[in-house]
Design a protein around this ligand. Structure first.
Ligand SMILES: Nc1ncnc2c1ncn2[C@@H]1O[C@H](COP(=O)(O)OP(=O)(O)OP(=O)(O)O)[C@@H](O)[C@H]1O
Ligand SMILES: [Mg+2]
Length: 258
């Protein structure tokens, strides 16, 4: 079982798109997958066609009002399970910090169900606040999407410092899974330069698979479907399917299977 947090405090870099499509691509590879929507915007939740405003969701789990098992919904089309989120989650910040060891509340909640899954993907909000700390404390590794644009690495140093801080204090085994280049526009020289630069600064830490800018990926959430189901033949869907295969082959190599 592996818990992968998709984190970048920069907004709109493709975190949620990555969580929704990559998790579905893993399920299509026969893996048992849980998605945790850790953002009060609830974009991963609506991306799977769920509206959790009137349902118990991650908020109720974190404040101890619901059991995680009672909020998990199965998403039939995608073949994944989901811990949904709703704007309720905005309140978590003020409400859990009065408790000792609040940082471990998501980790503790997941412990109850994690043995049932091969992969747990956690979508993070665009901030380094309370929810991101809960997510980094619960995860085994961090995947950082970066947009192939001029300010791609803005904020990454601060994110890496936060990861180091979490390692020192609450989660010593937290690993950096890698950087994922998203929204790559192959018609521009700029995108190519940005890719080269990211690969130069973080050698061996950038996934070979690059996610292209793809209208079909952007359209899919309005149908409540992951892009890899809405249009599996689109370039964006194909890229997420390839990324899942790349990640699985890294793991097989690491495990000495190949
Ligand atoms: N590869 C892509 N091609 C085209 N559009 C994309 C791609 N990836 C994401 N988008 C679109 O860009 C916007 C931002 O993507 P997304 O919501 O995944 O980013 P995010 O990092 O989760 O944002 P936030 O920080 O607000 O949570 C969305 O409208 C999404 O549909
Ligand atoms: Mg998001």
């Amino acid at each position: 079982m592996s818990k992968i947090a998709v984190v970048n405090q920069k907004g709109g870099v493709g975190k949620t798109t990555t969580v929704v499509n990559l998790s579905t691509a893993f399920a299509q590879q026969g893996k048992k997958v849980l998605v945790v929507d850790g953002d009060s915007q609830a974009n991963a939740t609506s991306g799977f066609g769920i509206n959790a405003r009137k349902m118990q969701n991650l908020y109720h789990v974190l404040i101890g009002e619901a059991d995680i098992d009672d909020v998990i919904v199965h998403i039939k089309d995608a073949g994944v399970d989901l811990v949904p989120s709703s704007p309720d989650l905005i309140g978590v910040d003020a409400e859990i910090k009065e408790f000792d060891h609040w940082e471990l509340f998501l980790k503790n909640a997941l412990e109850k169900v994690e043995s049932r899954y091969d992969y747990i993907f956690i979508d993070a909000p665009p901030s380094l606040g309370t929810l991101t700390i809960l997510i980094l404390a619960a995860a085994d590794s961090v995947l950082i999407p970066v947009q192939a644009e001029y300010y791609a690495l803005e904020g990454v140093a601060q994110l890496l410092e936060t990861i180091t801080h979490v390692r020192r204090t609450i989660n010593p085994s937290l690993k950096l899974k890698g950087f994922l280049i998203t929204m790559f526009d192959r018609r521009t020289k700029l995108a190519e330069h940005v890719e080269e630069e990211i690969r130069r600064i973080f050698p061996n830490l950038v996934f070979e698979t690059v996610i292209p800018r793809s209208v079909r990926l952007a359209e899919a959430p309005s149908y409540g479907l992951p892009g890899v189901i809405y249009d599996p033949t689109s370039s964006g869907a194909q890229a997420y399917i390839n990324l899942a295969k790349e990640m699985l082959s890294h793991e097989e190599e690491a495990a000495g299977i190949r």
